[in-house]
Write a protein that binds this ligand. Structure first.
Ligand code: 5GP
Length: 225
């Protein structure tokens, strides 16, 4: 049987309809994707690759009081602010979530998320595990992805290779990571970031998002925050 008969229209049309359905955003609420996982697992690398692929997300830029690392750009990697500025925004309820992580403050700017979602744009928030839990209480139906290392040895190696931490900070991050790994179970999906396989992790995230879009057609989405 020819594909034309099978689908009652040309196969090409059918294919493009399915593609539209999987990628369609006009008729669907946007996806709020919470990407979490231990420090050093490669969340930034994944996001950077997704940006390079020009994925049509709003990539939320977190506000932080930590000092800028070499190679980081203010407004792109983080919005770097003083403790006083952070406190002022906190008092104005400017953060969807904020937390002290390794002695520095980090906050997800509420306006960025709200504005993008209202425009119907998909949003990605990169956050640590405790922050993901806080967001879960606000938006239980958002999509929660835990990025995991292939092994704890690999994670330790990556943290050491990154050479951004003092030995003490490295030790704390590693101990925290071991604790955070125990939380992987409550996420919707766990994606393993294998060594030199960044594209594979990104492809898996893209597939998870496609499935979430289909599910979202059946179940109402989260309230826009
Ligand atoms: P780093 O200083 O290495 O960039 O980030 C340290 C940790 O803070 C990472 O695990 C990162 O996911 C987390 N983090 C980044 N932004 C936020 C945020 O807005 N809220 C919370 N709770 N954690 C964040």
């Amino acid at each position: 049987m020819s594909p034309t008969l099978l689908f009652g229209k040309s196969f090409q049309n059918y294919k493009s309809e399915v593609t539209n359905l999987l990628n369609h955003k006009d008729v669907q609420p946007p996806i709020l994707l919470i990407l979490s996982g231990p420090s050093g697992v490669g969340k930034d690398a994944v996001l950077s690759r997704m940006r390079d692929l020009e994925e049509p997300y709003h990539f939320t830029v977190t506000t932080t009081t930590r000092t800028k690392r070499n190679g980081e750009t203010d407004g792109k990697d983080y919005i770097f602010v003083s403790q006083a500025e952070f406190r002022a925004q906190m008092e104005q309820d400017g953060f969807l979530e904020w937390a002290e992580v390794y002695g520095n403050y980090y906050g997800v700017p509420r306006n960025q998320v709200k504005t993008a979602l209202k425009k119907g744009k998909d949003v990605i928030v990169k956050i640590d595990v405790q922050g993901a839990k806080t967001i879960k209480s606000l938006a239980p139906n958002a999509l929660y992805i835990f990025l995991a290392p292939p092994s704890m040895d690999q994670l330790e190696k990556r943290l050491k290779e990154r050479m951004t931490e003092s030995p003490d900070s490295l030790k704390i991050r590693f101990e925290t990571a071991a604790e955070e790994m125990k939380s992987a179970g409550w996420f919707d999906h766990v994606v393993i970031n294998h060594e030199n396989q960044l594209d594979l992790a990104v492809a898996e995230i893209q597939n998870v998002v496609k499935i979430a879009r289909l599910k979202q057609m059946e179940t109402p989405n989260f309230e826009i925050i």
